[in-house]
Design a protein around this ligand. Structure first.
Ligand code: SAH
Ligand code: SF4
Length: 390
């Protein structure tokens, strides 16, 4: 594990704020119109009123954008033709093109590579969790979305970290990943009900756009999803956790821990050198106090690195007394990286230690390994093929 950015080395690479690219000026041949999905509902109302139409028309347009299978302005049949044409002249209906799709052999995981207006690629995944074999629980459909092209945090075992940081996504680019699958599941139910911000990128480093997307996912005039069905996952960007605790759209929080102490976490998640484990845990407790919500901790098990029973005991001690849920994630192997998934015996032993200590804990099923469902892998594959094709 060499070449990890140090705390000071990491700092300049972290973007200061959102930097979407509506209209993509400077990209030859690119459509100069911004995508309509970049507009908040209030902004859409203002546009509609400026175009000489009553404000309620914005709600109709939002209905078509967020709650239908329509793929163009022309399909908005209850919207006056003049307004449709005015909108079309000013905005693109969509910012994203699906350029590759993979479906796992069991049909439960569907992954797409989406091209952004400037040619960059991001990934999103649809996951169906069937009802349990004993007939309990409900079938769930979850979309996993990206918030950045690449990622500046550069975790040691992550394919997205390996590609470095490209840029932040705009709110519309984040939303449209959900809309792509919302439309698809309207034809192939059950419909998407859950969204996890766990694709490429660190959502807390693109807070404004991420939360603007959350707002429209939740607003009843837009997608109308339950705020408790949305989860933002972070590698531990403390200012973001603190902000989320007081946000009017306080979604669920998942923290990618992967190690219970600074020595090991410094190596796996370089951001730990700026925000060490004790400060991270204090921020999680504050979030919990403010929101009353349980915090999820993600722990990717890497063979011989972070999967010993001693580390499981340390993890249990760290989380004792908190309302938490631990997700043990079998690592998705990434070529070029010196890590391997923990063997099943080690996973079970780790799980057993946590269970004995009353830590609520799930071993996540490995979803879609056959379609390279680890974040960043399909994009890397599409890029390799593009290069090979010249
Ligand atoms: N940047 C955010 C969200 C995106 S990563 C974060 O780190 O939380 C989503 C999750 O996938 C994180 O828990 C991350 O640690 C995990 N992950 C990354 N690479 C992985 C791999 N190769 N195998 C399994 N999980 C991985
Ligand atoms: Fe970024 Fe998350 Fe990957 Fe770390 S695990 S490099 S924070 S996307």
């Amino acid at each position: 594990m060499t070449g990890l950015a140090g705390a000071t080395g990491l700092a300049p690479a972290l973007p200061e704020g959102p930097a979407g690219v509506p209209g993509v000026p400077g990209v030859p041949g690119a459509d100069a119109r911004p995508p309509i999905t970049d507009l908040s509902l209030d902004e859409l109302r203002r546009v509609v009123v400026d175009l000489g139409q009553p404000a309620y028309r914005a709600q109709q347009v939002a209905g078509w954008l967020y709650r239908s299978t329509a793929g163009s302005f022309a399909e908005m049949t209850n919207v006056p033709r003049a307004l449709r044409e005015d909108l079309e002249a000013r905005f693109r209906f969509a910012a994203l093109d699906t350029v590759a799709e993979r479906v796992s052999a069991d049909g439960e995981t569907r992954k797409v590579a989406l091209r952004l207006p400037d040619g960059e690629l991001v990934e999103s995944v649809l996951m169906r969790y069937p009802q349990r074999e004993d007939g309990t629980g409900a079938e769930r459909t979850t979309v996993c979305v990206s918030t950045q092209v690449g990622c500046p945090v550069k975790c040691a075992f992550c394919a997205t970290g390996l590609m470095g940081f490209g840029r932040n996504l705009s709110s519309g680019e984040i939303l449209e990943q959900v809309l792509t699958f919302l439309r698809w599941t309207r034809r192939h139910p059950p419909i998407v009900r859950n969204v996890v911000f766990m694709g490429m990128g660190e959502p807390m480093l693109n807070y404004e756009a991420t939360m603007a997307a959350v707002e429209r996912l939740v607003q009843p005039e837009c997608a109308g999803l339950g705020v408790h069905r949305l989860t933002v996952s972070t590698s531990g960007w403390l200012p973001g956790i603190a902000r989320l605790a007081h946000d009017p759209f306080a979604v669920r929080l998942a923290v990618s821990l992967h190690a219970p102490n600074d020595t090991l976490r410094d190596q796996l998640v370089p951001l730990n050198r700026r925000y060490p484990v004790d400060e991270l845990m204090a921020a999680c407790r504050d979030y919990q106090r403010e929101t009353g919500r349980r915090v999820t901790f993600e722990y990717t098990l890497l063979a011989g690195v972070n999967d010993s029973p001693a580390l499981a005991r340390e993890l249990a001690a760290l989380l004792a007394g908190m309302d938490t849920h631990v997700n043990l994630i079998p690592m998705n192997p990434v070529s070029d990286l010196p890590f391997a998934p923990s063997p099943p015996g080690a996973v079970e032993a780790f799980h057993a230690v946590l269970r004995e200590r009353q830590i609520i804990c799930t071993v996540r099923r490995q979803m879609g390994r056959d379609i390279q469902a680890a974040c960043g892998q399909l994009r890397a594959d599409v890029q390799r093929r593009r290069r090979a094709a010249g």
